[in-house]
Design a protein. Sequence first.
Length: 370
Amino acid sequence: MNVLVWHWGRRGAGPLYAAELAQGLARVPGVHASLSLSVQAEIMDSADPPACDLPVATYKGLAGAAWRVLLSPISVRIIAAKLRRLKLDLAICAMPAALDLVMAAALRRLRVPYVVVMHDADVHPGDGIPLQMTLQRRLARQADALVALSTHVADRLRQQGLVGEKTLVMSTLPPFVFGPKPLPPLAHGGAFRLLSFGRLLPYKGLDLLADALRMLGPRTNLVVRVVGTGPESQALAELRALPGVTVENRWVPEAELGALMAWADALVLSHRESSQSGVAAAAIAAGRWLVATRVGGMTEQLKDERLAVMCDPEAASLCQALAGLLAAPPPFAHTRDIGGEWQRVGARLLRDLQVPSLTALPGAEAPGPV
């Protein structure tokens, strides 16, 4: 069976998710998985880029995106010719991006069914690009099936009328690996290192983090880094004013992510809302402790995670969780088969999509269609 996984975004977790999913599918007996990424994706410039069977030139900015849209009739024919050589049985959009309707049109030409992994059903406050959700919903309506990584997102897809009669499959988000395996937490022998990483936007609850750290009070055994990119805000100003806290408002290139995770002993995810968290997946892969709020799909993602401490999305609860982590961190264990997890996710996905040759795959337990 020939499966294509594609994601044409340039930055963030999408390209890595697509690459990991393609590798997981390739480990499933009887499956040949191909990968299509944007030539401009950051991951393609990394020291160890994934094997990309169908690299596609996309764009570098809004003007470039607009130009690609104008060229889409030509692009569809070119992409279709390249896809024909792959003799595909199925295509999977690993995460929606701006030019996916070009790929969808090329697949329709060849009568190849495609499914879309819907990481989010709504734009987070302050996030997104113009027309992002309009394009995503159009792609979803044309798809043969949809995949959700949490019931939180699945419920919203139904409410938005995007599911209808098509199959909606539940999947999960395995850990992401960035760089070589780091040393265990606290191996550096210094003060406890706490990291808040990601987009510096209101839904990330940075105000909750500032209030929680203020309640926790200055501690000589704790240093905190807040790293990511976003507009300057009152919450960032308050965090900068706290002793032992530094704020780095900048984009973190793909090549730095492994070192950033290795620096931390624990990550704090003080979200006010969440579909699921790629940062949490990266932290788990690095064997880092997590303090996370019980919101949206993150509750499902981390409820059985041994290294995670969950709390309510309130400053007092977050403070209590941080104090507990400092006093008694959960037992550390970093012996998980991440490659095997991605293989099982891929196998379950194909089984639950009712691909005939894979309906009886061993080890492909629930979740399933919902």
